[in-house]
Design a protein around this ligand. Sequence first.
Ligand SMILES: Nc1ncnc2c1ncn2[C@@H]1O[C@H](COP(=O)(O)OP(=O)(O)O)[C@@H](O)[C@H]1O
Ligand SMILES: [Mg+2]
Length: 241
Amino acid sequence: MTAALPLISLRSVYRTYRADGVAVTAVRNVSFDIDQGEILAVMGPSGSGKSTLMNMIGLLDLPSEGAIYLEGSNVADLSEDRRSTLRARSIGFVFQSYNLLARHDAIENVALPLVYSGIGRKERLERAAQCLELVGMLHRVHHFPRQLSGGEQQRIAIARALIASPLIVLADEPTGALDSRTGSDILALFAALNQSGQTIVMITHDPSIATRCRRTIRLHDGEVVSDESQVPLAPKRSFAS
Ligand SMILES: Nc1ncnc2c1ncn2[C@@H]1O[C@H](COP(=O)(O)OP(=O)(O)O)[C@@H](O)[C@H]1O
Ligand SMILES: [Mg+2]
């Protein structure tokens, strides 16, 4: 039996930004694989290159040197158009600030990534309802973002990330704007989604998040300083704080 191809492979990836004659190498010589079904945390202090790395894994940006392979294909070989299409189909993004549209209700926000997919409105809304159910938000379909708590808004944002059945969900500090109890609930949701097979990469500087992922990659000054797998801890019982 041959081993399955990794979902994503990074090989000696560098990313250098140039501005006003100054070059900043934000990611240097990074190599690792992400397999289908993994849940992994990327940790590191502010400025260590986490978002730069995430933008490349999410096909929003390309390496200055080295290569990224998505299911075996070098993403730099694709046209910009193909890369955008692939990104829309393959990557679900979750941000610290939720990034929901204020004038759209929950179900419309979730359905939004499918607007240009050629899927009709009825089916888009059906799929959005299914995703809202997955994140426990079916009772809030017609609420607007301002009527929802931070944790609820993040659940809506996660449902939106799931709607195109992405190969991978990328979350940049998904609990950064939440109190620790709510952050813990969002983490439990990611763990449950991973249990049902969703590949998830989470960026965080919160060590308590990392201890609940099976694998943690640590960055420092753009380099991987450790890549460790561990048995995830059971969800912490949270006491009112
Ligand atoms: N668009 C950009 N232009 C120039 N420098 C950048 C840009 N984005 C990030 N950087 C620099 O790259 C380094 C890594 O940034 P970033 O990837 O955002 O780190 P992190 O997400 O870990 O805080 C920092 O020194 C940052 O100032
Ligand atoms: Mg960042």
